[in-house]
Design a protein around this ligand. Structure first.
Ligand code: NAP
Length: 251
């Protein structure tokens, strides 16, 4: 079996469920030791750790609330605990995400604070920790969204948070490049996770009809792109936002 990430250490946020879980499993299959971050889904995270251990890699399961932007909590403590448990990560995947969907007239201060913290500020703090500690050859991969170029009503807070991620990717690439670290963002289209099942499941036929490939995405589709960006063949790619949507033309 080809294991291009053998000897690498990867930290995946929001690895308990959905796209993050698929990413963590894929990076483990590719040989990387995995820090599995979760917010509240401890049992799911532990089950994934068992699966990864069965693939012959080391794991650490780490809880952190990514709305906490302090140096003692959230992303900063998560990075530090990964270092303690497995070593300095070679790959950081900022996947954890949350959304509050509704009319702009209903937005609350809490919605704004929480979504911007988890989706935008936590990845930025993670990049700060990486700039301080990651070795040359490091890879940072953010998960953005096609929402930034497919405007849809009732998603203003979420779009603002993902727009920030896309924008910071190019800027950080300029800063991290001289350190030998690349940073890229994968922007999924509609992908089959719990979040989508609860929110928009009735729209699957309509959304499917707007994809070039005739289906919505699976978490493994996104994980494959992340694995490529984490691997040796993507060493020359940085500062890019790569859409992975099956050719979606609108939400
Ligand atoms: P999901 O199934 O809802 O899973 C979200 C993950 O993020 C969970 O592991 C959750 O952890 C973690 N998380 C959320 N809030 C957190 C917090 N405050 N602190 C710590 N962890 C937190 O989401 P998904 O559909 O897989 O989405 C993954 C990423 O892809 C997100 O960034 C999302 O915006 C993006 N995306 C998804 C789609 C889609 O159609 N699914 C499309 C475009 C972009 P716990 O469960 O352990 O709390």
């Amino acid at each position: 079996m080809d294991r291009p990430l053998l000897g690498k250490i990867a930290l995946v946020t929001g690895a308990s469920r959905g796209i993050g879980r698929a990413i963590a499993e894929r990076l483990a299959r590719d040989g990387a030791d995995i820090a599995i971050h979760y917010g509240s889904s401890r049992l799911d995270a532990e089950a994934l750790a068992q699966l990864c251990q069965g693939l012959g890699v080391r794991t650490a399961v780490i809880q952190a609330d990514l709305t906490d932007l302090s140096d003692q909590g959230g992303a900063v403590r998560l990075f530090a605990e990964t270092v303690r448990a497995l070593g300095v990560p070679d790959i950081v995947v900022n996947n954890a995400g949350t959304g509050r969907f509704g009319p702009v007239s209903d937005i609350t201060a809490d919605d704004l604070a929480n979504v911007l913290a988890v989706n935008a500020a936590a990845p930025l703090l993670m990049a700060r920790e990486a700039a301080r500690q990651m070795r040359p050859g490091g890879r940072i991969i953010n998960i953005g969204s096609v929402i930034t170029d497919m405007p849809a009503a009732k998603r203003a807070v979420y779009a603002a948070s993902k727009g920030a991620v896309h924008a910071m990717t190019g800027v950080l690439a300029q800063e991290l490049g001289p350190l030998g670290i690349t940073i890229n963002t994968v922007a999924p289209g509609v992908t089959n996770t719990d979040r989508f099942k609860v929110g928009d499941a009735s729209r699957v036929p309509e959304i499917t009809s707007r994809t070039a490939l005739g289906r919505i995405g699976e978490p493994a589709d996104i994980a494959a792109v992340v694995a490529w960006l984490a691997g040796p063949d993507a060493a020359w790619i940085t500062g890019e936002v790569i859409r992975a949507s099956g050719g979606l033309r609108g939400l």
